[in-house]
Structure formats: structure tokens, C-alpha cells
Design a protein around this ligand. Structure first.
Ligand code: BTN
Length: 253
């Protein structure tokens, strides 16, 4: 990538024309010794994956489909923080490159005007007390002019929202620059400042939400996130729940 202004992130790049999934490629790379900050990026994914075994629509030349490989020496319970760090980096990069103001929906969605613009999928290779590699999959809808019928109501692109095409390479450069900066800050100073930035961009905090988890549905007020990226929900009976993984929806008044 010409003009990349990072020290180490994205200096090693596997750039593919078409691949089933950059996430799958990254998992393969992570089996071998890899350089910290290696990225896999593709023009098209034929079997892009989202959270909870969902498919991720990744048509050719229109989006950013990439996976970032990191090797922080941390315990695996810290991994959800990487989703939040990445979300902050992406929101700020989008603001800078397009002037648009996206919002974060916990844990991993970035929205514009209520529709999804970005998904983040953080996966690990780890044992009980040590991360071996962390693979952050990033999907950003950049220049799609339209979406298939089943996605129309829930997804949008930067170009649709801005009314003109957006430079994918400029956006990738900005994301990698921000992500490198936040990652270094996080490793040196911890999560506190990044958590504050995240809460500034998160639209669900302080609102009434419905959270669908694998074990059931919860209703209540989203209080905030913990240091570990766990969502705190206060239900009608006054009980506070820790939510590790769920789909959330902001309740309509
Ligand atoms: C989600 O919102 O469910 C997460 C979507 C993550 C999509 C990205 S695109 C690049 C990387 N490769 C994949 O197959 N998935 C992630």
C-alpha cells in the first residue's frame, strides 16, 4: 500500500484478488511464525464469514475485506478488548476520511443512520492463559451502490451515505495508522482511555435495549462496558447482568 504511514502494522501484506475468506487465510498464516501486524486483504470474498456462523456479503472491488494478525502477550480473556479498540480506530478513520459520523453498536457493529457499515470478527488461537495469535477480521461496506434484497433494510455503504465514492486505499491507510497507535497505547497504558473513546461513539449506552444471548433474551438499560469489554445491563428488577456475547437492539419508544 503506497503511502502507508505505519511503523509495523501492515508492512507485511498478503493481497489477494479473490479468496473464500481473509479470515481463513489468516488462520492458516497464524499456524506458522508470522510477523506481528501482518494483514490479509482481498478484493472479493466468496465465502466471507460473520459472527455466529453468518455469511458476510463481500462483492468485488467495493469494500474493505481484511484480517489483521497480532500476537500480544496477554491472557485470552483480554481478547474482546481488541474488538473495541478496532471499532474506535475504524470510527475515527471513517470520520477523518469521509466526514461522516458513525456509531458503535456493542459488541462489534458500526452503523450509519441505523444501518450496518462495518462488522468486526475477533478470533483467537490461544491456550488457557496465553494468546498465541489474534485475528481481527474487518469488513467495511465502502462503495456498494445497492445491496441484495435481504440486506437492504439493515446494511448500507459509505458511498450511499455520502453520495459519492470513497477511496478504499485512503481508508485502509487511516485505519491501520489509528489501529497501530491505539494498540501501542493499549499495551503501554491499558484500556482506560480507549474505553472512554468507545463509550463516546457507542449509541446503546444509557438506552433501553433487548439483548438476545444463546441462553435467552434480556431487557433493560445498557449501563456501560467493563474493562474487559463486557456489557452491563440493568433489568427491570434491578439486577445487573454481565453480557459476554449477544445481539442487541435498541428498544423503540
Ligand atoms: C460480523 O459483523 O458478523 C463480522 C463480519 C466480519 C467480516 C470480515 S470481512 C474480512 C474477514 N473475513 C471474513 O470472512 N470475515 C471478516
Amino acid at each position: 500500500l503506497i503511502g502507508l504511514q505505519t511503523e509495523w502494522l501492515g508492512k507485511e501484506i498478503l493481497a489477494l484478488d479473490s479468496t473464500p475468506s481473509t479470515q481463513k487465510e489468516a488462520h492458516r498464516l497464524a499456524q506458522e511464525p508470522f510477523k506481528e501486524g501482518t494483514i490479509v486483504i482481498a478484493e472479493e470474498q466468496t465465502a466471507g464469514r460473520g459472527r455466529m456462523t453468518r455469511a458476510w456479503h463481500s462483492p468485488k472491488y467495493t469494500g474493505i475485506w481484511m484480517s489483521v494478525l497480532l500476537r500480544p502477550s496477554l491472557p485470552p480473556y483480554k481478547a474482546p478488548q481488541f474488538t473495541l479498540i478496532t471499532a474506535v480506530a475504524i470510527v475515527e478513520a471513517i470520520m477523518e476520511v469521509t466526514g461522516l459520523q458513525p456509531e458503535i453498536k456493542w459488541p462489534n457493529d458500526i452503523l450509519l443512520n441505523g444501518k450496518k457499515i462495518t462488522g468486526i470478527l475477533t478470533e483467537l488461537q490461544a491456550d488457557a492463559d496465553q494468546i498465541h495469535s489474534i485475528i481481527i477480521g474487518i469488513g467495511i461496506n465502502v462503495n456498494q451502490k445497492e445491496f441484495p434484497d435481504e440486506l437492504k433494510e439493515i446494511a448500507t455503504s459509505l458511498a450511499i451515505e455520502k453520495g459519492e465514492a470513497v477511496s478504499r486505499s485512503q481508508l485502509v491507510q487511516e485505519i491501520l495508522k489509528k489501529l497501530e497507535g491505539y494498540y501501542e497505547e493499549y499495551m503501554k497504558e491499558g484500556f482506560a482511555n480507549i474505553k472512554k473513546c468507545w463509550e463516546k461513539y457507542a449509541l446503546s449506552i444509557g438506552k433501553k435495549i433487548t439483548a438476545r444471548t444463546v441462553t435467552g433474551t434480556l431487557h433493560g438499560k445498557a449501563l456501560g462496558i467493563t474493562e474487559e469489554g463486557v456489557l452491563k445491563l440493568l433489568d427491570e428488577e434491578g439486577t445487573i447482568h454481565d453480557i459476554y456475547s449477544a445481539d442487541i437492539e435498541i428498544d423503540k419508544k
